[in-house]
Ligand binder design. Structure first.
Ligand code: AMP
Length: 510
């Protein structure tokens, strides 16, 4: 953890940057952060997409035109603008437009169906919904194509509304792998701090070409990958979906890729992904879900490069990252980013975070503040981890995924790491399922490597030789694949629901 003087040093440094960029408090913090670098190179390509390139000048102009179009449709400062569009450069321009006029951008997962969208609209009561398909709802709607077609009618300059660090810029719904989605309010300060911190940590510059393979409705794709590219004057190569051949082509001549672990596993499963093909790439970043040590090692042997694993969440933006220069340790997410304070309450214990990156309210849920923050202002992440002597954080699971069996704690990640190394196992997820005797009983859900059949009795024997008896899974369930959300995170709540019935009908092993 950082000392107070180091923290002040970091804060002063960041403050200095801001002055250099000319962000006074009466200016628009986020629009400045996003647009300033590109204004030096208006003819350079900001986003390269299947439909063609968009230059920095075009992105800037389009964001101004969209800002006028939104005002024309009645959107004013503080209003929410909900957006459910397919990935395209115009989505970034629309996001910047909201920042410029002080509106709150609300990206919606593109797979949400009408009922889900309706419920989120009821919650945030936007002034406008931008979405192609009509929806039975009182929120006025405009289609993305219509908005884009109409944009040229408006001036390509816009006087940005003054917005300071505290002005809300976006509401993102937590991915909802458990329970009800909550709207996380992120401010101009949260987002621009994150942008500057990552650009500095990863030495992003106008000479970078970033392969963008993530959706734009999530923190990782929008506020990490897209923002790092746009705000540093780099070029983004947009890919929709994850087609290995397309990614391999896009990596040729690129310098950075940001992805989730499953994307790296898919690249490694394909022979077309070679060290020769990634010669130009200086940085591969992974986050949003844990990367298996095996994936990290396989990546190193295939490409000669170590993936840089980092950790963050919707409520906090990025928290820790392995270093760009320095030791990247597999199974860790690295030390706290500059300006961010991280502490762990126990060993292992809950990870707590404080800093300019951390949100301070859930939309429409004032009561949650008290339970989610410590009295001294640290956000309780719900992740459980350990800090080593050098300040590297190792995550062992979500606190709600912690299994308490017969009064003893079992951390799923410890078992998952071990089980993943057993013969024939491709991957695993360990969950607790309700049990009359034990409260919860440890259950391992396994996926076999292609073409292999898992011998559960053998696996159980092997577990016995390396694990204390209370940790040994009482049940092993073999599935074809683990349920994952759009960011590749295993949906443990769903998994528990899916396997409860299966497990209940089986005898328990001791
Ligand atoms: P989200 O709010 O959807 O971005 O999810 C945030 C959660 O993803 C965190 O609280 C962690 O549980 C998990 N997460 C993010 N990055 C990592 C990582 N590198 N390793 C393990 N878990 C991660």
């Amino acid at each position: 953890m950082r000392s107070a003087s180091e923290r002040e040093g970091v804060a002063a440094h960041i403050g200095g940057d801001r002055q250099q960029l000319g962000h006074g408090h009466l200016e628009n913090v986020l629009a400045g952060t996003l647009l300033n670098a590109g204004r030096r190179t208006p003819d350079k390509v900001a986003i390269d997409a299947a439909a063609g390139p968009t230059t920095f000048g075009e992105l800037d102009n389009l964001s101004a035109q969209f800002a006028h179009a939104l005002v024309d449709r009645g959107v004013t400062r503080g209003d929410r603008v909900a957006v459910q569009l397919v990935k395209r450069p115009e989505v970034v321009a629309l996001n910047i437009a909201c920042a410029r006029l002080g509106a709150i951008y609300v990206p919606l997962n593109s797979s949400y169906v009408d009922a889900e969208v309706g419920a989120l609209l009821d919650d945030v009561a936007p002034a406008l919904l931008v979405r192609e398909d009509p929806l039975v709802h009182s929120t006025p709607r405009v289609g993305g194509d219509e908005l884009i077609r109409g944009a040229s009618r408006y001036p390509s300059a816009f006087v940005d509304a003054p917005c300071d660090d505290a002005t809300p810029a976006a509401i993102l719904f937590t991915s909802g792998t458990t329970g009800q989605p909550k709207g996380v309010v992120l401010t101009h300060g949260n987002l621009s701090f994150g942008c500057r911190t990552l650009n500095e940590a990863w030495e992003m510059s106008a000479s970078d070409v970033l392969v963008h393979v993530l959706p734009l409705f999530h923190v990782h794709g929008l506020f990490v990958a897209a923002y790092c590219g746009v705000s540093s004057g780099a070029t983004l190569r947009f890919l929709d979906g994850f087609d290995v051949a397309d990614v391999v082509t896009a990596l040729d001549g690129a310098t950075v890729m940001m992805g989730v672990p499953t994307q790296y596993t898919r690249l490694l499963a394909d022979e077309r992904f070679t060290s020769e093909g990634v010669r130009s790439v200086r940085l591969f970043v992974s986050g949003s879900a844990p990367m298996l040590r095996r994936t990290h090692d396989d990546f190193l042997s295939r490409t000669g490069q170590r993936v840089l694993e980092r950790y963050g969440m919707t409520e906090t933006g990025m928290i820790t990252a392995n270093p760009l220069r320095g030791e990247r340790r597999p199974d860790t997410v690295g030390p706290a980013l500059p300006g961010v304070e991280v502490r762990v309450n126990g060993s292992p214990g809950e990870v707590e975070v404080r800093g300019p990156n951390v949100f301070n309210q859930y939309w429409n849920r004032p009561g949650l503040r008290e339970s989610d923050f410590t009295p001294d202002g640290f956000f309780r992440t719900g992740d459980v981890g350990m800090l080593d002597r050098d300040g590297y954080l190792e995550l062992v699971g979500r606190s709600r995924d912690l299994i308490i069996t017969g009064g003893l704690n079992v951390y799923p990640k410890e078992l998952e790491q071990l089980i993943d190394e057993l013969p024939g196992v491709l991957e695993s997820a360990v969950v607790g399922v309700p049990d009359d005797d034990f409260g919860e009983c440890v259950t391992a859900v396994l996926v076999a490597r292609p073409g292999e059949v898992l011998d559960v009795d053998d696996l159980r024997r092997r577990c016995r030789s390396v694990l204390a008896p209370f940790k040994i899974p009482k049940h092993f369930v073999v599935l074809d694949e683990l349920p994952r959300n759009a960011m590749g995170k295993v949906e443990k709540a769903r998994l528990r629901r899916d396997i409860v019935g299966v497990v209940a009908s089986r005898p328990r092993h001791h």
